[in-house]
Design a binder for this molecule. Structure first.
Ligand SMILES: [Zn+2]
Length: 178
């Protein structure tokens, strides 16, 4: 079966959102304080979380440092820690809200690795459902897929507020695994 998550394919898909030479980086635009973007989930002290405008799957999130930084190794320890913390929190939120069967989580580092926005590092969180590689045939079974990206963003924001109020342990079932 063909895999939905194929880093070498992301170059093509991400190319739709790649900044041209004269365009500003969309992650930097989202990071600027006066921007109101309905795909933005939240901003932390060092990172932002935003829905991928061109998702591989419903609920596909990006976590990026606020500053324009290309390299994982160039993040300072606060940025790195916050990125990893958000990765855990957002995985828990999506798991709680949408009950996916699995996740693809990772970074395409550099253009050779298929990064569509190579200048601005970002972590992908892609929820997966059994059979979702055959996107059209499962569409009727997945409520989530019929939702627009901005509706999904609203539900994820709501899920995040719950975690912020009750703590991450409140939504992680003890002993649960995918
Ligand atoms: Zn940027």
């Amino acid at each position: 079966m063909e895999q939905l998550w194929s880093p070498w394919r992301s170059e093509y898909i991400d190319s739709f959102s790649s900044p041209k030479d004269n365009e500003e980086c969309f992650l930097c635009t989202a990071a600027s304080p006066d921007i109101c973007d309905d795909l933005l989930i939240t901003k932390g002290e060092h990172c932002l979380i935003i829905m991928n405008k061109f998702p591989y799957n419903a609920g596909h999130l990006l976590i990026a440092p606020l500053r324009h930084c290309a390299d994982l190794l160039a993040l300072d320890s606060e940025e790195y820690q916050e990125m990893m913390n958000w990765t855990k929190i957002m995985t828990a939120v999506i798991r709680n809200v949408y009950k996916p069967h699995g996740f693809n989580i990772g970074i395409n580092l550099g253009q050779a690795a298929g990064a569509g926005v190579p200048g601005h590092l970002h972590m992908h969180i892609v929820p997966r459902w059994n059979g979702d590689t055959n996107f059209m045939s499962t569409i009727g079974d997945l409520k989530v897929i019929s939702h627009s990206n901005s509706t999904i963003a609203k539900e994820i924001r709501k899920g995040l507020v719950h975690v912020q109020q009750h703590g991450i342990d409140s939504i992680i079932e003890k002993g649960a695994s995918l």
